[in-house]
Design a binder for this molecule. Structure first.
Ligand code: APR
Ligand code: PHB
Length: 390
């Protein structure tokens, strides 16, 4: 088989890339290791920057997002049991945020690819890219048979544990990594969410109240990394969650049975460069951010926007200008978001080795942000997402 762009990984990055390329008349094949059911069962991020909303609309997958997504002016931070600060993206960055789940985005992308007759090969095993600095091709096994896919370019959209980044020689790849000494225990429940997405810095640990739709809420509490979900029956979760919010907010939280519950570690990771020969990395394959800034999905979307534009330029007029600049351009945005996510994580969580001094320093920093317009503007600008480069 032959195609123009072989896309490894059928998560949001890979599916969106194939959709954007198709709209420009560029052929691609998506090779996904798991079944579609498995991909669609993953509960992940849920907050979109306005730039991401526009990319999804331009990709022709904005219809359901525009009816079901929840627009908000920004997100709230609460601390010291009484203080409240709005990260006012509409006021300071001129853009609202949109709550719309990654699971829905993935469903919308699958539907669009199916409607356009796109090729997505699921349950593809042993996907392996070859000859990345020459004439690239990808081999894989499906239903016990070996296959070969020849292509001009390979897009590595296969997430953190994928094969793409691992195909770049160690001598070329530089990685930067930071692990955090706690996890997030998250639940989904069919209950009405709080009116605002609210982050809490509390002496018992971080908590977050988020949303998917008017009858679907997503909540998180910071927990020890070695905790097991079995140690967290619903009752304990709700009690702990409420204890971390100021009383009047806790009183508004509507509890109910959880329909999903999982613990995720927090990690920062950046791999450079995001290109090796004819292989281009996008999304979690190249970088991971802790979820505190809600940047993971947005970075995957901005990488794919840059990469689809670069491939479009190449197939339009043979110019490799954008392809040659892809890694540097994408990494500028990635590092901006990686730094912001790290900073917000440090500001809002309780670390095991922190003392009273560190706690006061966090509170004083939050007080400062709430009282300084330049500080409030700076946070809002970063939370809203930096603009894409021309
Ligand atoms: N071969 C084929 N497919 C693979 C392989 C492989 N060797 N390894 C991984 N995959 C698939 C995974 O099964 C997954 O469906 O690649 C896909 C990668 O999808 P994601 O992990 O969702 O990554 P990405 O598309 O970059 O989206 C980033 O996901 O983790 C969140 O916060 C992150 O929201 C962000 C988004
Ligand atoms: C979510 O809704 O899952 C969510 C929201 C905001 C974050 C992280 C996750 O910062």
């Amino acid at each position: 088989m032959k195609t123009q762009v072989a896309i490894i990984g059928g998560g949001p990055a890979g599916l969106l890339l194939s959709q954007l390329l198709d709209l420009q008349g560029i052929e691609s094949v998506v090779l996904e290791r798991h079944s579609r059911e498995h991909v669609l069962a993953r509960i992940r991020a849920g907050v979109l920057e306005w730039g991401s909303v526009e990319v999804l609309r331009n990709a022709g997958v904005g219809e359901r997002m525009d009816t079901e997504g929840l627009l908000h002016d920004g997100s709230v931070i609460v601390w010291s049991a009484k203080h409240r600060f709005l990260i006012d993206t509409r006021r300071y960055a001129g853009r609202p945020m949109m709550a719309y789940g990654q699971t829905n985005i993935t469903e919308d992308l699958y539907a669009a690819r199916d409607a356009a007759g796109g090729t997505i090969i699921d349950e593809a095993n042993d996907v392996t890219p070859h000859d990345l600095t020459g004439n690239p091709y990808v081999t894989y096994e499906k239903d016990g048979e070996q296959h070969r896919l020849d292509c001009n370019y390979v897009a590595g959209c296969d997430g953190f544990h994928g094969v793409s980044r691992a195909s770049i020689p160690e001598s070329i790849l530089q990685t930067y990594e930071k692990d955090y000494p706690f996890g997030w225990l998250g639940i989904l429940s069919r209950t009405p969410p709080l009116p605002e997405l609210t982050y809490a810095n509390h002496e018992r640990g971080f908590a977050l109240a988020s949303m998917r739709n008017p009858m679907l809420s997503r909540y998180y509490v910071q927990c020890p990394l070695d905790d097991d979900v079995d140690e967290w029956p619903d009752e304990r979760f709700w009690q702990e969650l409420k204890s971390r919010f100021p009383e009047e907010i806790a009183a508004q939280i509507v509890t109910g049975p959880s329909i999903e519950k999982s613990i995720a570690p927090l990690r920062s990771f950046v791999a450079e460069p995001m290109r090796y020969g004819n292989l281009f990395l996008a999304g979690d394959a190249a970088h991971i951010v802790p979820p505190t800034g809600a940047k993971g999905l947005n970075l995957a979307i901005s990488d794919v926007f840059y990469l689809s534009r670069a491939l479009t330029q190449f197939y339009d007029n043979g110019s490799t200008d954008y392809l040659d600049r892809y890694s540097d351009m994408a990494l500028r945005r990635v590092w901006g978001a990686a730094r912001f996510s790290w900073w917000l994580t440090m500001l809002l969580h309780r670390f095991p080795d922190q003392g009273a001094f560190d706690h006061r320093a966090q509170e004083v920093e939050l007080d400062y942000i709430a009282s300084s317009e330049p500080a409030a503007r700076s946070i809002a600008e970063q939370y809203a997402g930096l603009p894409f480069e021309e």
